[in-house]
Design a protein around this ligand. Structure first.
Ligand SMILES: Cc1cc2nc3c(=O)[nH]c(=O)nc-3n(C[C@H](O)[C@H](O)[C@H](O)COP(=O)(O)O)c2cc1C
Length: 188
C-alpha cells in the first residue's frame, strides 16, 4: 500500500521545489549580431503537433529583447557536466559578457533559426515564436519547435532539476509501466 505521509504547511513561494519539474535548459538567442544564453527552469510542453513549448522569460533579462525581436531561440538541454556553466549563465548578464566565451561553449548552427545551438548540450530544439499574446502580461512565450536534435546516448541523460535555494536534483532511476492505455496517449 502507498505510504501515507505526515504533512506540514509549505510557504507558497517555495512550492517550486515540488512543482518545477525541470529539466533546466539553456536558451540561446541572437539578434542584430549579438548572441546570448540564459538559464531557464520555467517551461512546459503544451502540444505534440505542432510541437509547442511555453516558457517564462523575465523582461529584466537581456535575453528578453533578443528573443522578442528575433522571434526565435534554441532551447538546449545541459547535463550535470555543465552544472557550473548553468549557474554562471543564470547569474550573469549578456549585456556585459559574451557567455559563449566566458563559459567556454561552442555555438553551432541549427536548421531554421539564426540563434546558435550549444554543442556541449545533450539536445537542441530550434524554436520560432508561435504566440506572443501573453508576453506583455506574463512574460510567457509560446514557441513552436521546428527542428530538434539529440545525442543518441545516453537515452536518459543526467539532467538538472532546480528546486530553489541553490539546490538541484539530478535525474536518476528510470521506471517503466508500459501499457496499452498509456501508449495510446502517445502521438501517432
Ligand atoms: C536554475 C535557474 C533557473 C532559471 N530559470 C529562469 C526562468 O525560467 N526564467 C527566467 O526569466 N529566468 C530564469 N533564470 C534567471 C536567468 O537565467 C538570469 O536572470 C540570467 O542572468 C539571464 O541572463 P541574460 O540577462 O543574459 O538574459 C534562472 C536562473 C537559474 C540559475
Amino acid at each position: 500500500m502507498a505510504r501515507r505521509y505526515m504533512k506540514q504547511d509549505v510557504p507558497l513561494e517555495k512550492i517550486r521545489r515540488y512543482l518545477e519539474p525541470g529539466p533546466i535548459v539553456l536558451v540561446s538567442s541572437s539578434w542584430e549580431g549579438e548572441r546570448n544564453i540564459m538559464t531557464m527552469g520555467w517551461h512546459m510542453v503544451m502540444e505534440f503537433s505542432p510541437s509547442l513549448v511555453g516558457c517564462v522569460i523575465a523582461s529584466s533579462n537581456h535575453s528578453f529583447e533578443l528573443v522578442r525581436q528575433s522571434r526565435q531561440c534554441v532551447i538546449n538541454l545541459p547535463t550535470t557536466a555543465l552544472l557550473d556553466a548553468v549557474v554562471g549563465i543564470g547569474t550573469t548578464s549578456g549585456s556585459e559578457i559574451d557567455k559563449f566565451e566566458r563559459f567556454d561553449l561552442t555555438p553551432e548552427t541549427m536548421e531554421g533559426v539564426d540563434a546558435p545551438a550549444i554543442r556541449e548540450c545533450h539536445a537542441h530544439f530550434a524554436c520560432r515564436l508561435h504566440d506572443d499574446s501573453l508576453v506583455d502580461k506574463y512574460n510567457f512565450f509560446i514557441w513552436e519547435v521546428i527542428a530538434a536534435r539529440a545525442a543518441r546516448t545516453p537515452k536518459h541523460p543526467e539532467t538538472l532539476h532546480y528546486t530553489g535555494d541553490g539546490v538541484f536534483m539530478v535525474a536518476g532511476k528510470v521506471v517503466s509501466r508500459r501499457s496499452a492505455a498509456l501508449l495510446s496517449m502517445e502521438p501517432r
